[in-house]
Design a protein around this ligand. Structure first.
Ligand code: IFM
Length: 734
């Protein structure tokens, strides 16, 4: 088995191993197929690793955070004994180490030359992929080559049900069986009773006979082979793994057993071509080419890759969490990150996936209705953090970041209400790009209308100022909480109500039965609709015609002014520097808020307004240590004001978020929103794709060293190829 050829623009490489950075690399080397992902841990394990794999929808209860995505039983495990010595990078000497991910196919490989404590040198090669064509299959291939000795090689391939989520253990053993070549294990989550079944087949090829055994250890069946290897005769093998959960089939145990019964090993050479071909088709739709900047090229592909491996293809009842399926961060919970940051990639390149993600919100609408009811409102109010049911799962209190003995009250679940409009916005964007009337009729409209009811009901009439308001909220900039009339929230709410009324008109004409049904079920009486109109007309949406400035929230301009440049150098966020209350008292912001509004609703604001607000808010934004959601949006807005070089700086900050761990927290998982933002920054920023009700257009703004951008997007089902160079831009319908 030879290592595959490296393609620098498609490869992420690690050339030496440092235990200090291993968890960062585990995140970077996450692989998966939209059903499940595994972090890039070593097959044989390593002290200090965060050994985890996650499958969409497998949540179990936990204190404080309500529910979390469960770390799967470990199916990667492969322990190797070389002439009686355990192979481990924790001991002996690592003479050579090289690991690389080929993003074209999701193939992760590792090549190691290792000298054991007793002085024996072995070359080991590992390769693995999680099939995109056969979502329940993972394959691990290995080669073990003694370089200066001969001796017995023992390989142990386990299925380990004793995994946990750092603090909590979620799996309960149900059943297992082990023979000499195959094993299966069935477990169930403790509280949510979701079963999972895993099967393994171990195949070893050797010049000498292979002795096999199965150790039927409860909750940890292990397949064992022993054989001889020498410099002339290395050994190789495969661990074939199947995974089914109770979410895909009522009987995962039978599904796994049937797959094992049909397994003909070796399998790699049969499974690989179809997997690779499926990836090829995926990249045909989604790839973005950047010429003139290898780092940016790799980073944009990495961002797309990470979103593609987390994207549910067969399941419309799940969505992508803020940390995708790549780490424990945010416990697998879903935020506005999905609809506003990640979804556009799918809407414009893989609309089937976008439809699944939006359908998740339709399936969880009851949870949103429960939240509105609990808060005393009509309609549906989406949770700030969402999981299986759509009920609010934002923790209320968490340990303080600097002093874990103190607790911090988290208010986002109570008052960061803009998420309902973000979801409506994403549905509308999907509809406009795809023309998927059926989705809008059957699902999207119900979401948009019932959340519009919430907005109308939540609006507060201020008799003194003769206007509607939304008080006590948090906008995208979370350095400021309990603010009144956050511009982003108010403008989006008004847009939402307006869109809902237009949608009702559309339904009346194009789907009268559905119209009648929704009007009746959601109690959209003429009085209620008249109230919506009233809110639209009288909702306070801040704007100063003199300066063109939009005040982020009422009283923002009165807060203490800070120029963040004056605080350099620093390596902590403004919130850590000033404290929570301290930051709240200043004009420092965690991420674009007004600029985010200008980005999402460009038709409302002219170029002067964009410029004025860009100039005002940019120096007050914590670009380096604020939210990871900020830099890509900042990059897009810098392009809009004609500053591509400045845009490039912000763009690279987003592009490096995980690859270079610029925020120091990549070990918690991929920053999914940043990854989606990277794609948006290239497409909507540098290439300048603009979408409006009348169609699309291009207004590029390339950094000076970029020679070409090329990508495809889908417009109403038709692929469009875009090419942008410093001199020209062109689009052709493919
Ligand atoms: O949704 C974001 C929020 O905007 C900033 N804090 C982190 C959340 C999850 O990524």
């Amino acid at each position: 088995m030879q290592p595959s050829t490296l393609h620098p623009l498609w490869c992420i490489e690690q050339s030496h191993f440092d235990p200090q950075t291993q968890r960062h690399w585990e995140t970077v080397f996450t692989t998966g197929n939209g059903l499940f992902c595994t972090r890039g841990v070593f097959e044989e394990g390593h002290r200090g690793e965060e050994r985890a794999a996650f499958m969409h929808g497998l949540f179990d209860d936990v204190p404080v955070h309500f529910t979390e995505l469960v770390n799967l039983p470990d199916a990667l495990e492969l322990e190797i004994f070389l002439n009686g010595e355990r192979f481990s990078l924790e001991q002996g000497q690592v003479l050579e180490f090289h690991r690389w991910l080929d993003m074209r196919t999701g193939l992760l490989e590792r090549e190691v030359r290792w000298r054991s404590p007793q002085g024996h040198t072995t070359r080991l090669h590992f390769a693995r992929f999680i099939s995109l064509a056969d979502p329940h299959l993972m394959l691990i291939r290995f080669l073990i080559h003694p370089l200066d000795y001969q001796g017995e090689i023992e390989v142990r391939a386990g299925l380990n049900g004793e995994t946990d989520n750092l603090q909590y253990k979620h799996w309960e053993w149900l059943a297992q069986e082990t023979s000499s070549q195959q094993a299966w294990l069935v477990c169930s989550t403790r509280k949510t009773n979701l079963p999972i079944a895993l099967g393994a087949h171990l195949h070893v090829e050797s010049h000498t006979p292979v002795e096999r055994a199965g150790w039927d250890v409860r909750n940890h069946p292990v397949l064992v082979t022993r054989t001889f290897a020498s410099p002339e005769h290395p050994i190789s093998g495969e661990k074939i793994v199947y995974i089914y959960s109770g979410r895909e089939t009522p009987d995962p145990q039978s599904a796994v057993r049937a797959r094992l019964a049909q397994t003909e090993a070796p399998l790699w050479d049969h499974a690989w071509p179809v997997h690779a071909h499926t990836w090829e088709r995926e990249w045909e739709a989604c790839d973005v080419i950047i010429e003139g900047d290898e780092e940016a090229q790799r980073a944009v592909r990495f961002s797309i890759f990470q979103l593609l491996i987390a994207a549910p293809r067969q399941d419309e009842r799940v969505s992508i969490g803020a940390k995708t399926l790549s780490g424990y961060g945010y416990r697998g919970h879903v935020f506005w990150d999905t609809e506003i940051f990640m979804l556009p990639l799918f809407t414009y390149t893989r609309p089937e996936i976008a439809r699944n993600l939006l359908s998740y919100r339709w399936h969880t609408l009851e949870g949103a209705r429960r939240k509105a009811r609990r808060n005393g409102y009509k309609g549906a109010q989406y949770p700030w953090e969402s999981a299986a049911t759509g009920d609010e799962v934002t923790p209320t209190w968490v340990p303080h970041y600097a002093d874990p003995t103190r607790l911090i009250r988290i208010w986002t679940g109570d008052i960061e209400i803009h998420i309902s409009a973000d979801i409506a916005y994403a549905i509308h964007q999907y509809w406009r790009a795809t023309g998927d009337d059926e989705f809008m009729r059957d699902r999207g409209s119900e979401i948009i209308l019932d959340t519009a009811r919430f907005w109308a009901n939540r609006a507060e009439w201020n008799p003194d100022r003769h206007r509607y308001e939304y008080t006590d909220v948090i906008g995208p900039d979370e350095y400021h909480d309990h603010v009144d009339n956050n511009a982003y929230t108010n403008y989006l709410a008004r847009w939402h109500l307006q869109t809902a009324l237009e949608l009702l008109e559309w339904l009346k004409v194009h789907a009268p039965d559905r119209h009648a049904n929704l009007v009746q079920r959601l109690e959209l009486t003429p009085t209620e609709l008249a109230h919506w109109q009233d809110v639209i007309h009288k909702l306070y949406c801040p704007f100063d015609p003199q300066t063109g400035l939009i005040e982020q929230f009422e009283g923002y301009f009165q807060r203490k002014d800070v120029r963040l440049a004056d605080l350099e150098p620093r390596n902590v966020s403004i919130q850590v520097l000033f404290g929570i209350e301290g930051a709240n008292e200043t004009q420092a912001i965690k991420q674009p808020d007004v600029l985010m509004l200008l980005y999402l609703l460009p038709e409302l604001f002219n170029a002067e307004v964009v410029q004025a607000n860009y100039d005002y808010y940019t120096p007050r934004t914590d670009h380096t240590y604020g939210s990871s959601l900020g830099p890509s949006i900042q990059a897009i807005m810098a392009c809009r004001v004609g500053r591509p070089e400045e845009a490039y700086e912000h763009f690279m900050r987003a592009a490096r978020a995980d690859l270079d761990n610029v925020r120091g927290n990549a070990e918690d998982g991929i920053h999914g929103a940043s990854a989606g933002g990277v794609w948006q920054a290239v497409v909507f920023g540098f290439a300048g794709l603009r979408i409006s009700d009348s169609g699309w257009s291009l207004k590029p703004a390339l950094p000076s060293h970029w020679k070409r951008i090329a990508f495809k997007f889908k417009w109403r089902g038709q692929p469009v190829c875009v090419e942008v160079t410093p001199q020209t831009s062109s689009q052709v319908m493919a």
